[in-house]
Write a new protein. Sequence first.
Length: 471
Amino acid sequence: MSVKKTAYSCQNCGAIHFKWSGKCTDCGAWNSLVEEFAEGGGSHFTRLDDEKIIKNSSVKNSRIVDLVSLNGQVQDFPRIKTGINELDRVLGGGLVQGSVVLIGGDPGIGKSTLLLQTANSLAKNNNSIIYISGEESVDQVRLRAKRLDCDCESIKLASTTNVAEIIETVKNQKGNPVVIIDSIQTMFLDGLSSAPGTVSQVRASAGELTIFAKKHNITLLIVSHVTKDGQIAGPKVLEHMVDTVLYFEGEKDLHFRILRAIKNRFGAANEIGVFEMNEIGLSEVSNPSELFLASYDYKTSGTTVFAGIEGSRPILAEIQALVAPSFIPTPRRAVVGWDLNRLAMIIAVLNTRFGLNLFDKEVYLNIVGGLKIIETSADLAVACALISSARDIPLENSTIAVGEIGLSGEIRMVSNLEARFKEAHKLGFKNCIIPKANEKNKNFNNIIKTYPELNIQTISHIRDLNKFFKK
Ligand SMILES: [Zn+2]
């Protein structure tokens, strides 16, 4: 008699628990544990099967692996240009033949649109494309393709959710096609009894597809939905098994979409591509700074322009702050596009080291255009926006600010100053507030000489900001 083993897997992080509890002890998510069964043999990567694998393994039959020297010849990865420059940039110069790319994002953000346009662009360059849709019927995909004006002749389309069927179908195709799976949460493997979308199905399906792709040198693009309520397993549980993880971000009601590389075995992580969503699909934005500053008005108080670096690319973004009196005991603090804890820190530093008391004020901070900034060098720009709003004094015309703020109020050095200056100069900015600590940098004088039109002001402590906000 076979005994069914049950376990509870967290739909957020994929951790396996042998007892149900309301909270996942691994990632802290509430209500994310779902009962799953481990059945059948095979190569399903659930932890329940680990025991079995260990029992069956034997050291005796293993082959000896060749050890080579570290300083040998390096092979260049053959890349397929997608023809969409922003996507190629994020991928590190194009799709690597035989690699597996995961594209995550909220449902409805435009992942399918992006992939259909990519498929179209690839097909135009005589690549063979197979588009597997598990979400929509063939007719629905065709309709979408018509709307996006995609020439659908050479893209092969199928609507199925069975992984074994997909593998069998792709095997019978000539050449090394690019296969698009939309989405992994709808896929299932026969051997597992759990429903599609659960951790074990998502992980096993992706594992099976990845092994197949690697073996046959097939390039795989996998779509994965991000869910906040934990109903279906998110891309987090797959990140370790694919080569590249891209996230498609943006607010649904805004036009801009940002494609960000979270992990890339064949290029730099954190590289971003910017797109604009319009009636005919996604169009590339080759100069995002212009877009993010489109409605920037230097005459209003509470705004500062930050010269940031996303991956290898400088991007100017407008930071808006609003400081308003509060009538409740705990004043509201809200942030869009930045870290709330970091804002709390800046507010505390401003209070203690600068003498600006915001404890009885509501504070709102917004990075305009839907950009998410993770750099700590945005601290100075945020501080400027807060002071400017609190005192109702706008910063001088065409000024950018960049610098990290320490707890004692000191302004710390930032990297990539030259790239930031270059972008600021390109967009006609005249004044830069930067950390004095950067003067120690060997190249500093050379950088200054390169941009004689820029009026560069260095500050070492947050109290030095006073001179910019005097009436
Ligand atoms: Zn968890």
